[in-house]
Ligand binder design. Structure first.
Ligand SMILES: [Zn+2]
Length: 372
């Protein structure tokens, strides 16, 4: 029975939402805990609130995965008289690790904003404000022909997808030469003699964020003492990632009708909106959580409407002045949808990695702190 460690689950989360995508001010990743601790029960929640931590401990979880990080700023003290200090103490005492994915999950392709875009019924969805234009590299490695498959599969985890294709690589056969020097312990050949070896030239496309891990995996899988590999910077444009999304509705509708639809889709008790309810809406921008800072980006991108949460009075007035319709659907309703998504994806990824004895459940007790 294969049991994952906290670090294994962090690795899976890093594939869903690479931490390298997070905003500079953010603090996703391991908040508290022992990376080498075994995990058989995981809870997924929006907030690491004291109530959620209690629920996770009650459910005998060893890991709590949340959207909002528990720790944002460096702590000068941990006093158990504060809610944060008490949460930290409780989690450590109860052997509960806490891992968060935040702006990395907002930004990631297939992350929270893509999920929200699909709930909003949008197609042709692209980032509203590009923050990462993935820099691409070509990794070329020379491998003895009978080891090409092993090295290739070790690198697939780090290779870029190309459109709807994953596991993209190229290999060609050739001849490599080398003379092992004194002190060498060659995998093939003899010290002092020129060796001629049938080798494959294996090529893969790797993004900057994955490059260090890819090289580490290459060195671990390659049989040679000194593998020969090259890293070429490319001028090809990589995938554009960023904050918020913008897409189109299949059929244009009125703002008033769309507000009614969203209220149901997001199970929001109330939706505040700015704009003429009879205005036609077809191009919709969105940002989960607090996204009113993207008002002007939405206007520049030609959006008829921005859907977000946490809108302040002056931002509402600015949207009105700009002629942009605005829906404040609330921070909680636009983000609580992450619980089911991460629960399902984590459970699936664990099974695919052979960890069949680790159970993942979504927290069902969280409530919007705002009541109407
Ligand atoms: Zn949030």
């Amino acid at each position: 029975m294969k049991i994952p460690k906290t670090a294994d689950i962090l690795g899976i989360i890093n594939k869903i939402a690479p931490i390298s995508l997070a905003e500079a001010w953010d603090n996703p990743g391991l908040q508290i805990g022992d990376p080498s601790a075994e995990v058989t029960q995981v809870m997924v929640a929006l907030d690491p609130s004291p109530d959620v931590i209690d629920s996770a401990l009650k459910a005998s979880c060893q890991l709590l995965v949340t959207h909002h990080p528990l720790i944002f700023k460096p702590l000068k003290s941990i006093s158990t008289t504060t809610p944060l200090g008490s949460s930290i103490q409780k989690a450590i005492k109860g052997g509960l690790s806490i891992v968060s994915l935040h702006t990395n999950y907002d930004i990631a392709s297939g992350g929270l904003n893509d999920l929200l875009a699909s709930k909003l019924g949008l197609s042709s969805v692209v980032p509203l404000k590009v923050t990462t234009n993935c820099e691409l590299f070509k990794l070329v490695v020379f491998v003895p022909v009978d080891h090409v498959d092993k090295v290739r599969s070790a690198l697939f985890d780090f290779a870029e997808t190309q459109g709807n294709y994953r596991d993209c690589s190229f290999a060609a056969d050739g001849v490599g030469t080398f003379t092992p020097l004194e002190g060498a312990e060659p995998f093939v050949g003899t010290v002092g003699k020129l060796a001629t070896v049938n080798e494959g030239r294996l090529e893969l496309l790797i993004g900057r964020g994955q490059l260090p891990r890819a090289v580490k995996a290459l060195l671990a899988a390659h049989p040679y003492e000194e593998p020969a590999f090259d890293i070429y910077p490319l001028l090809n444009e990589g995938e554009k990632l960023g904050l918020g999304r913008i897409g189109r509705l299949p059929d244009s509708t009125t703002l008033g009708e769309y507000v009614g639809q969203l209220k149901k889709v997001l199970s929001a008790p109330v939706l505040r909106y700015v704009g003429d309810p009879m205005a036609r809406i077809s191009k919709v921008a969105l940002c989960s959580g607090s996204g009113a800072s993207l008002l002007r980006d939405a206007v520049r991108a030609g959006a008829d409407l921005l859907v977000t949460g946490d809108v302040k009075y002056h931002e509402a007035r600015e949207a009105e002045d700009l002629g942009l319709a605005l829906i404040d659907a609330g921070h909680f309703p636009t983000e609580i949808i992450m619980v089911d998504d991460i629960t399902e994806r984590l459970a699936r990824a664990l099974v695919m990695a052979g960890y069949t004895s680790c159970n993942v459940e979504g927290c069902r007790t969280e409530m919007d702190p705002f009541r109407i």
